[in-house]
Design a protein around this ligand. Structure first.
Ligand code: WT7
Length: 649
């Protein structure tokens, strides 16, 4: 972010205090902050009561083997029991867990009693397939209730799941299955997106050519499209889960039993398998869900408009909300199908009271125009959430005014796949919100901004965002790679968790997030590594070298721009080379990684030590005057690139 944008942001002086009625009955008050600040560990020990334990923990944090944390280590519990059965036992079996809205317009409401039965049957199905406690199961699904049921069935028998976003390619799926050693995959024939059936099963078939250890594939029939089934390996969910017994007694596992692995992009090519465990994660997600959104489980209708394939779906569509006994909306499709008011129609239909989505969606709605939401009754909304990337003040104010009727607080929640739960956010009943600021650490969470030497910066200054104390839902390690866990997060600054984000404290000490400081891009709230995309490009036979940068984009936050040098034997690459390379990246990683723009160049700007100067490429990608070129090995390279670009189509 440029200094100019930054000073514009910090001169933002609009304030939105909490609505009086919300504040007077808010779940979290100033007293909550005070209590947490006095003794964070005691605070979390108290919040552990939000879940039902088999054995109550007597320990809170064990940091003796830092940075490998244990939380509530002598407690035992079952995640699926907490998300399902206990609500039925408490007399809330008839409460709706999910209002599912399919893209074609089909809908289904599933109560806690029904969800519990389905999860028990699916757990029995996995057991029949020989899945044992500790075995990993891959899930590659569209946004349908069976995705959540599959996750909970795994959790119920202590088999960590790894959900792979349905938009990822066969190769990306294969590498995750292999890294985790999965032997069972749960998928669907396809799902509905943009008005048509989009297949998933063929990608699984393709992936499994590289994964000989997978014994079984359980396939949900969603679209009914023609689907090849491999005899002896593939089973239809409706038949195989359908015939299972409705009874299953959940076993309590130790709090530190692995719950799931979620792959995310780091600053190197290989995705990292973030490991979350059971007790601390459930306490952290359930408590933050209840606090940040001021959740009243008896009356709220909550909607996280994010895919289950990302951590937001895990923490705030599945685990947090279900542990809290929430009624949630789950929507399968895209916001413009069949019309641009689809989200607002859903909010009107189910009287959604809390909406949680990404700034990229908000900016898209802004572009479509405020007359669209104005046609719907959105008066049920009382809290709005934002997640995944910095929300610019214009988008924040538009969201509040046009969706929130100029009365709802907007909570801008900063967190990561690694943190599992909200870490910086306003509280709707306490904080006077500043448009664009994530504001203050969550109660019981310790955050700071430090300079290159690891020293805290003062108010009005910027630096690196760090987390200074362990928190319950923190990642425990990277799957199979403890050393990379230590190196990535705990080695930059002694004793501090390095988040990879830049941040600034304003004159009040409130926090503003400024984007990544590493080679990670944020495209529509999805994390992409520049190196990962560069590797995909270089794997194409026509490509010699490539450099990828994230350029500012009005809608997607950042957009992927690639500079490519072709191999000499490829000549000029042919007329369709750019198209071919964009498609290649899509095949290798997935459509979300397809570059917005590919520029074919003769040279890349490098320092004398051979490091590509992405800063200069970003200047070009964003049509800016070039910055300092004096450290370039050959300063004429940039002229060459620019001349070539103007002559390119
Ligand atoms: C990165 C984490 C959080 C779940 C979805 C993304 C960026 C996330 C915010 C926010 C500014 C944000 C950060 C972070 N980010 N939320 N409210 N304001 N930036 O999870 O894929 O692990 O990405 O997303 O850069 O490091 P993720």
């Amino acid at each position: 972010m440029s200094d100019e944008t930054l000073s514009n942001l910090l001169s933002e002086d609009r304030r939105f205090p909490p609505p009086a009625d919300l504040a007077s009955s808010a779940n979290v008050t100033q007293a909550t902050y005070d209590e947490a600040a006095a003794d964070p560990e005691a605070f979390w020990a108290k919040q552990a009561g939000i879940v039902t334990w088999g054995t109550e923990p007597t320990q809170t944090l064990d940091w003796s083997n830092a940075p490998f944390a244990k939380w509530f280590a002598d407690g035992t519990l079952n995640a699926a029991y907490n998300a399902c059965d206990r609500h039925v036992e408490a007399g809330n079996g008839d409460r709706v867990a999910f209002h599912f809205e399919g893209e074609p317009g089909d809908s289904r409401s599933i109560t806690y009693a029904e969800l519990t039965t389905e999860v028990k049957k699916a757990a029995n199905a996995l057991l029949e397939l020989g899945v044992k406690t500790g075995d990993r199961v891959a899930i590659y699904m569209p946004m349908i209730p069976e995705a959540a049921i599959a996750m909970l069935a795994c959790a119920r028998i202590g088999a960590p799941h790894t959900v792979v976003f349905g938009g990822f390619s066969a190769d990306a799926l294969a590498s995750r299955i292999t890294d985790c050693g999965c032997e069972v995959v749960i998928t669907a024939d396809g799902g509905y997106r943009k008005g048509k059936a989009s297949s998933l099963k063929p990608a699984v078939d393709q992936a499994l050519k590289q994964c000989p250890d997978v014994r079984n594939v359980l396939v949900v029939k969603r679209t009914g499209q023609d689907t090849e089934m491999t005899e002896g390996r593939d089973l239809w969910w409706a038949d195989f889960v359908g015939k299972q017994a409705q009874e299953h007694t959940p076993e309590n596992f130790p709090a530190e039993h692995p719950l799931y692995i979620m792959y995310t992009s780091g600053s190197t090519g290989k995705p990292k398998g973030i490991l979350h465990t059971t007790g601390g994660y459930l306490v952290g997600t359930a408590y933050t869900h209840w606090a940040t959104f001021d959740l009243k489980p008896d009356s709220d209708v909550f909607w996280t408009a994010a895919d289950i394939g990302w951590v937001t779906g895990h923490s705030y569509l599945v685990y947090g909300p279900l542990v809290n006994g929430t009624t949630s909306v789950m929507y399968e499709g895209t916001p413009e199908t069949p019309h641009q008011g689809r989200w607002w129609e859903i909010i009107q239909k189910y009287k959604v009271s809390i909406l949680y989505c990404a700034p990229t969606a908000i900016r898209t709605f802004m572009k479509w125009g405020s007359d669209i939401p104005a046609k719907f009754d959105l008066s049920s909304l009382r809290v709005l959430g934002s997640v995944g990337e910095p929300i610019n003040p214009e988008a924040y104010v538009w969201y509040r005014e046009n969706i929130g009727g100029d009365k709802t607080p907007v909570v801008d929640t900063w967190w990561q796949t690694e943190t599992g739960m909200h870490m910086i956010t306003p509280m709707p009943g306490v904080t006077s919100g500043k448009p664009g600021a994530a504001m203050t650490p969550f109660p019981g969470v310790s955050i700071d901004v430090v300079n290159d030497e690891g020293q805290p910066v003062g108010n009005g200054e910027g630096g690196y965002l760090v987390i200074t104390k362990p928190w319950p839902a923190m990642l425990r390690t990277l799957w199979g790679d403890d050393q990379r866990y230590v190196d990535t997060y705990w080695s930059r600054f002694q004793g501090l968790y390095f988040a990879g984000d830049g941040a600034k404290k304003d004159s009040d000490g409130d926090l503003w997030l400024l984007g990544r400081v590493d080679d990670v891009m944020n495209v529509s709230g999805h994390r992409m590594s520049t190196t990962e995309i560069e590797s995909a490009l270089v794997s194409h036979p026509k490509v010699a070298e490539s450099a990828v940068v994230g350029a500012t984009d009005d809608t997607t936050g950042q957009a992927i721009v690639a500079f490519v040098i072709l191999r000499s034997e490829a000549g000029d690459g042919g007329p369709d080379v750019v198209k071919e390379l964009r498609q290649h990246v899509s095949n290798e990683i997935g459509p979300i990684a397809r570059p917005r723009q590919i520029m074919i160049v003769e040279e890349l700007p490098k320092t004398r030590s051979g490091k590509i100067m992405r800063r200069l490429l970003r200047d070009i990608a964003e049509n800016r005057e070039l910055g300092d070129v004096t450290t370039l090995q050959d300063s004429t390279v940039m002229d060459l690139i620019k001349t070539n670009l103007t002559s390119a189509p």
